[in-house]
Design a protein around this ligand. Structure first.
Ligand SMILES: NC(=O)c1ccc[n+]([C@@H]2O[C@H](COP(=O)([O-])OP(=O)(O)OC[C@H]3O[C@@H](n4cnc5c(N)ncnc54)[C@H](OP(=O)(O)O)[C@@H]3O)[C@@H](O)[C@H]2O)c1
Length: 261
């Protein structure tokens, strides 16, 4: 597939005052949890590059809501050439990526005995290979600056499995292995790499679960409620800050007590 044009061809001036030279890339950053993370990082003073794949309207809305503070770029993270285009654009306009949030993710649920090759590959391609492509480009930029923060949005499902989600669970568990290895390899370069493992967060992804299953899940959560995207975003804000400099290779659970370890 041919790389797609950035949504905004105008030269972008990073003007966010608190961290004028720090650039944060949030994949899938205009909708759901990614949107909440983008907004949290904008409020924290970072210049944010938020990618979108199909949500062009939400991307435009974001640029209008936060003029000069967010740059949206269209990129399907499962396509290496689109990720290359994304990073080429960022390098040209900003010259750096200090923070990478690998948030873009999909589900394509089916019991394993009925799972098709296409279900397996699509979910792995977006969730795991997309994360690899982005880390692979970001890590050298971060190493050049002796600073970096990577947060991979994994899932409770990658930690404990879930009915109908073998592909999703494998992709999210894979992200955890990648997180820990990148943390080891890059600690000496001032780069921290952590994973966030949300439980069930109120977004379109959870909205797609049948109502009767949602009620059952909610009854199993010790806090008896789903989480909010903003609650994930606040944790990410901490993990990218200088306050978390000694935290790397960790899984931070945000699940209302559904899994405790
Ligand atoms: N919601 C939960 O309960 C929950 C729990 C644990 C983990 N997570 C994880 O949190 C992340 C965000 O989930 P969410 O609940 O916010 O889901 P969502 O509302 O369904 O949003 C999915 C996001 O991923 C982007 N995306 C999908 N396919 C893409 C592709 N091929 N290339 C680039 N971007 C793509 C979407 O962008 P477009 O809209 O532009 O296509 C959108 O921003 C995911 O990684 C998910 O696995 C969610």
């Amino acid at each position: 597939m041919t790389p797609l044009s950035p949504s905004n061809e105008a030269t972008f001036e990073p003007i966010n005052a608190a961290h004028p030279q720090k650039v944060a890339l949030v994949t899938g950053g205009v909708r759901g949890i990614g949107r909440a993370i983008s907004e949290e990082l904008i409020q924290a003073g970072y210049t944010v590059v938020a990618t979108y794949c199909s949500s062009e309207k939400a991307a435009r809305d974001m640029e209008e809501t936060f003029p000069g503070k967010v740059r949206t770029v269209r990129a399907d993270v499962s396509e290496q050439e689109q990720v290359d285009f994304l990073f080429d654009t960022i390098e040209k306009e900003f010259g750096r990526v200090d923070i990478l949030i690998n948030n873009a993710g999909i589900t394509q649920d089916r019991s394993f005995h009925k799972m098709k090759n296409a279900d397996w590959h699509r979910v792995l391609d977006v969730n795991l290979h997309g994360t690899f492509y982005c880390c692979n480009r970001a890590i050298n930029l971060m190493r050049d600056h002796n600073f970096g923060r990577i947060v991979n949005i994994s899932s409770i499902v990658g930690q404990k499995g879930n009915f109908g989600q073998a592909n999703y669970a494998a992709s999210k568990a894979g992200m955890l292995g990648l997180t820990k290895t990148l943390a080891l390899e890059n600690a000496v370069k001032g780069i921290t790499v952590n994973a966030v493992c949300p439980g069930f967060i109120e977004t379109d992804m959870v909205e797609a679960i049948p109502d009767e299953v949602k009620v059952k899940i909610q009854n199993e959560i010790p806090m008896r409620r789903f989480g909010q995207a903003g609650e994930v975003a606040k944790a990410v804000r901490f993990l990218v800050s200088t306050d978390s400099a000694y935290i790397t290779g960790q899984e931070l659970n945000i699940n209302g007590g559904l899994l405790t370890h």
